[in-house]
Each structure stands twice: as C-alpha cells, then as structure tokens.
Design a protein. Sequence first.
Length: 193
Amino acid sequence: MYHGTLVERHGLDLAVKALGVIRKSISNAELRIFGWATPFLEQVFHSAREAGLTEAIRYMGPKSSEQIIAAIHDCDVGIIPNRRSTFTELNTPTRIFEYLSQGKPVIAPRAPGILDYFGPQSLVLFELGNAEDLAAKMEYVFWHPAEVVRMVGRGQEVYRAHKWSTERLRFVSLVERLLQGEGRSAMHVVELA
C-alpha cells in the first residue's frame, strides 16, 4: 500500500517498477494507491500500462483518515518509495508511524531523517531511490514473515516512544523553558537600562 501525495519525489514510479520485478516470483502481488489524482499519477499509469501491470495496480483515490486506517488494516505492507532529494533525505514521513500504529510492516528508504528514529531492526530499509533494492525488500517481506513480525514489534516500540501523548509533554516543557528564558533575558535588559 502507498498513501499520500502523488508527486515525483515520493517515488510511486519506483514502487511500480519494483512491483514489475516481484510479480515474476510473487504473481499475485498488487499495489494499492491512495491519494488525489495528479499529472504525475497519469505518468505512472502510462508506465504501468506499458509494463503490463494494470491488473496489479489498484488506484483507490483520496480517502478520509478513517478510511485510510481501514485500508492500512487491510494491507500487508506499507511502502515509502521515495526518490533521492534533499527533502527526502531529511524528512521522517509520518506514514511510517501510521503503518506501525496498525501493526503493519513498513518498507522505507535508508535516509538520515528516518535513521534518526529507526534502524534496520525496526523497519525494512532500502537504498533511497533504488527500485531494484525496493523490489528486493518487498520480496524479503513476503518470504520472511516471522522476522517481519518481530521487526514490526521493534518498530512499534519506536512509535510508542514518539506518540503525541509522549511528545506533547516534551514539546510543552521545551516551550515553557524557552518562554522562561525569554522572560529572564527581557528582565535583564530592563535592569541594565
């Protein structure tokens, strides 16, 4: 499953190429796509038609948050097939946490923004922008279900450590400290005047 903005940097075309590779050994593999139609999506569909993959791709359109939760529940694995760019190297996609919250494995790029939180023991990581490596990791998920279940458990530990209920307390504390520091600095300036 892929859900999100359907633009080139998010690499949906790489996911389609990877799907073409794995369909040779996993003939019933399919890719479900969720999001608003874009000109880039039309390019991806054109490539999929040329590769003979139309029956393996299901475009589901845009969905509400509740519908996405249900779709995640019904999928086997979530993919973050990003292309290499400055943005995708630094970004930590929230979709990773969405899949993990539902107990689903995630295939994500080995990028600094993701590695700040996750390691190879908690996500299936592929070389950023590499469709062949993405295909290899899709096959890995299919052929190693027991290891993937353990990996999801470790990924969920990271997810729980960064849930909003936990992060909220850290954020509020940080803001309070900053505000207190600004107040002291302002008082110090007044005392000097």
